[in-house]
Design a protein around this ligand. Structure first.
Ligand code: HPA
Length: 279
């Protein structure tokens, strides 16, 4: 499919802006597996199904909804994506990141991204466990496709751009302060993208570990790349739902991933809610 042009993003943004009464959200929130219920906490909700938004892709992951939810939380205006787009569903890489360009046109400059991930061994000197929350400090994408391959949309930023400051240090520090105040450990880690939908082999995980990855997952990096071009600052938090392939030898199943993500959703929600309050 042909890459979107600037006017497509504009039409999506204008549609959303009209639905939310012209408000400028303080932050966008991309909700990964297990955190879908978070949007329920927004007050004065305005729900916009993706299928109604011009040019928007439509999520196909069965346990994720496909809607934008606008509302207030802890005094802040939030636009949440309930359900995201994955390359393994068949979307092009640029489509998986499409909403981020729309966020920018809505005036959004802060994005909180969550996901479920496999834990690769150690982080911060201790063994990771399912249920850990990890602040993503950097990412590795070995898969060759970039969401920004093709004609550059000059309105969105330069063709070549820096990736070193997209994971915003102030937001990371804030997340750690909130976790400490709430009395739980928030690890730091590097997230490696694998395109899926198959989980990885033990050899792939060993390779990613050697490369410096602490987490592995099938989402997130495209959105972060587009955010970097757009100058949107990102806080990205992963929930470790399982140990990555070969670490314990146990089979990895989607049920386990969803179950563990749901079981710690209240901790996850408290962290994200606390961060939002102090944005
Ligand atoms: N690998 C890739 N994606 C994932 C995993 C994993 O082990 N767990 C949750 N998402």
């Amino acid at each position: 499919m042909q890459k979107a042009v600037f006017s497509d993003y504009r039409e999506s943004a204008d549609f959303i802006s009209e639905r939310i009464g012209g408000e400028k959200p303080d932050a966008a929130l991309i909700l990964g597996s297990g955190l879908g219920d978070f949007a329920d906490r927004l007050e004065g909700q305005i729900v916009i199904p993706y299928r109604e938004i011009p040019h928007f892709p439509i999520s196909t992951v069965s346990y994720q909804k496909g809607e934008l939810v606008f509302g207030r939380l802890n005094g802040k205006k939030i636009l949440a994506m309930n359900g995201r787009f994955h390359y393994y569903e068949g979307w092009e890489m640029w489509q998986t990141a499409y909403p981020v360009g729309v966020f920018r046109l809505l005036g959004i400059d802060t994005m909180i991204v969550t996901n479920a991930a496999g834990g690769i061994g150690y982080s911060d000197g201790r063994s990771m466990r399912p249920g850990d929350l990890v602040c993503v400090t950097d990412q590795i994408k070995l898969a060759p496709m970039s969401p920004l391959r093709g004609a550059n949309i000059e309105e969105f930023g330069p063709r070549f751009f820096d990736m070193q400051s997209v994971f915003d240090k102030k937001l990371i520090a804030l997340a750690h302060e909130v976790a400490a105040a709430q009395g739980f450990e928030l690890l730091d880690g590097v997230y490696a993208y694998m395109s899926g939908p198959q989980y990885e082999t033990p050899a792939e995980i060993r390779a990613l570990g050697v490369l410096g990855a602490n987490l592995v997952g099938m989402s997130t990096v495209a959105e972060n790349i587009f955010a970097a071009q757009l100058g949107i600052r990102v806080l990205c938090v992963s929930c470790v739902t399982n140990m990555a392939a070969g670490i314990t030898g146990a089979a990895i199943t989607e049920d386990e991933v969803v179950e563990v993500a749901s079981s710690i959703s209240s901790k996850f929600e408290a962290l994200i809610g606390g961060v939002i309050e102090r944005l």
